[in-house]
Design a protein around this ligand. Structure first.
Ligand code: 13P
Ligand code: SF4
Length: 377
C-alpha cells in the first residue's frame, strides 16, 4: 500500500487542542497518551529522533540517528507525516527531501539551533560579494554549509555548485569541493571547518575566519585571497564549553579513559582527544569497545547519560568530559507534552507546527542536500 494515500481526515471545524493544557501536566502522564496516539496513527506517521533528545521522547521514536542518518530516513520513508523530534534545521531539511504530499512537523517551533542562527542568508550573500570584491574569482571558490544552517543557506550553496555536509561526511565533502575548486567558504561552524581542514593537512595559516559583524569580514582582501579555507565565525555554544583542561583532568582522574568528542568542539580539545565523531560514530565507538573500557565523551549530556546507563551493566564506564554537563536547551524543548499535543492533533486530523520550506528555496537546497547524500563519510 502507498502510505502517502493513507491521509488522516481533516476536521476543519474543530480547533487544535490547546498546548497550554498539555504543558500543565507532568511528563510521565503523557506516556500512555503518546503510545495510544502512535498506535492510532499507525504507518501514516513516522517519528524521527535525534540522539540529543530526552529519554522520555526518544523512547517513542521509530528511528534515531545523527543528522546524516535522519536525513536519509526522511528521504526514504513513505509515511505521510514525519514528526521530527530534533531542531528546526533538521525538520527543514526533511521537508526539502520529502516526497510530494508528505508533511513534516516539529513539535515545538522554538526548537532552533544557536549555531544555525549565527549565519543569516543576507550576511552570507554580503560575505560572498565581499570575497568576490576581494578578487576571488567565482570559479575559484565553492560554498559548503554544515547541515546546521537554514534552508536558504543550503540553497545558496547548491546554486553556486556547493553542497551540505554533516559531521559524519565533512572530510569527504571538503575533498569533493577541493576536487572542483581552489578554495572553500565553510558555513557556519568554524570549529568543524577548522578541525576538518586540519585533518586534511591544511596548516592554520591556510584558514581564516570571516566575521560577519566586522566591515569586510574583519581581514584584508589579501588575507582572504591567500586562504584556502574561509571559515564563518559561528560555533555551537554547547560544544564550545568543552576545554582542553577538561581532557587533562579526566585523564588524571579516570585511568585508561578514552576521550571521544564531537567535531563541533574547538581544535585544542579535538587535538587532545583519542577520537572524534558525529553522534552516531561516538555511539559506535562505545558499542564496539570491550568490556571494562572507560570513555569521557564531549557532547550533549542527554546522549552521554543514555550511553552511561545503557553500558554500565556491560561493564563500560561513561562520563561526560565536562562534569557540569553540556545541555542543548533547544533540543530539550521537544517535551513529551509537545509530542503528545502534536500526535493527538494529528489523530484528530489537524496538522500543527508544520515546517514548510518555500518552493524557490527548496529547489537549490535539495540540490545541495542530494550532493550531501551522495558524498559518503
Ligand atoms: P550529529 O550530526 O553528529 O548528530 O550532530 C548534530 C548536532 O547538532 C550536533 O550538535
Ligand atoms: Fe545546535 Fe549545538 Fe544544539 Fe547541535 S548541540 S543543535 S549545534 S546548539
Amino acid at each position: 500500500m502507498n502510505l502517502l494515500e493513507e491521509e488522516i481526515p481533516v476536521s476543519a471545524e474543530r480547533e487544535s487542542c490547546s498546548l497550554e493544557n498539555y504543558l500543565a501536566l507532568p511528563d510521565r502522564s503523557m506516556d500512555d497518551r503518546i503510545a495510544d496516539a502512535r498506535r492510532k496513527l499507525g504507518r501514516s506517521t513516522i517519528l524521527l529522533g535525534h540522539h540529543y533528545q530526552r529519554d522520555e521522547v526518544i523512547r517513542f521514536t521509530d528511528f534515531t540517528g545523527d543528522s546524516y542518518k535522519l536525513s536519509k530516513a526522511a528521504a526514504q520513508t513513505d509515511a505521510r507525516y514525519i514528526v521530527f523530534c530534533g531542531v528546526h534545521f533538521m525538520a527543514e531539511s526533511a521537508d526539502v527531501l520529502a516526497h510530494e504530499g508528505q508533511q513534516v512537523l516539529l513539535p515545538d517551533l522554538n526548537a532552533g539551533c544557536s549555531m544555525a542562527d549565527m549565519a543569516e542568508i543576507g550576511q552570507v550573500e554580503e560575505c560572498w560579494e565581499n570575497l568576490l570584491d576581494a578578487g576571488i574569482a567565482e570559479d575559484e571558490i565553492l560554498p559548503l554549509t554544515y547541515m546546521n544552517s537554514s534552508a536558504a543557506i543550503k540553497a545558496f550553496c547548491g546554486e553556486r555548485g556547493g553542497l551540505v555536509c554533516t559531521s559524519s561526511n565533512a572530510r569527504a565533502a571538503f575533498e569533493w569541493a577541493f576536487a572542483r575548486a581552489k578554495k572553500i567558504l565553510f558555513l557556519p561552524d568554524q570549529h568543524l571547518g577548522r578541525n576538518t581542514g586540519r585533518a586534511l593537512g591544511f596548516p592554520l595559516g591556510d584558514m581564516v575566519v570571516y566575521d560577519p559583524w566586522q566591515i569586510g569580514g574583519g581581514f584584508s582582501a589579501e588575507r582572504f585571497r591567500s586562504a584556502k579555507v574561509i571559515l564563518w565565525k559561528g560555533h555551537c555554544s554547547v560544544h564550545q564549553r568543552f576545554l582542553p583542561e577538561h581532557v587533562d583532568k579526566v585523564r588524571s582522574k579516570v585511568p585508561g579513559v578514552q576521550v571521544i568528542v564531537h567535531p563541533e568542539c574547538r581544535l585544542e580539545v579535538c587535538e587532545k582527544a583519542d577520537a572524534l565523531g558525529s553522534t552516531e560514530r561516538l555511539i559506535r565507538l562505545v558499542e564496539q569497545a570491550p568490556e571494562g573500557s572507560a570513555f569521557a565523551i564531549g557532547t550533549e549530556i542527554h546522549l552521554v547519560n543514555r550511553l552511561a546507563k545503557q553500558y554500565a551493566p556491560l561493564g563500560k564506564k561513561i562520563v561526560t568530559l565536562d562534569d557540569t554537563g553540556c545541555l542543548c536547551t533547544t533540543m530539550y524543548r521537544i517535551s513529551p507534552q509537545h509530542l503528545a499535543w502534536t500526535l493527538e492533533n494529528l489523530v484528530e486530523g489537524r496538522v500543527v507546527n508544520r515546517i514548510q520550506v518555500c518552493d524557490d528555496v527548496k529547489y537549490w537546497a535539495r540540490v545541495a542536500l542530494d550532493r550531501m547524500l551522495e558524498v559518503r563519510g
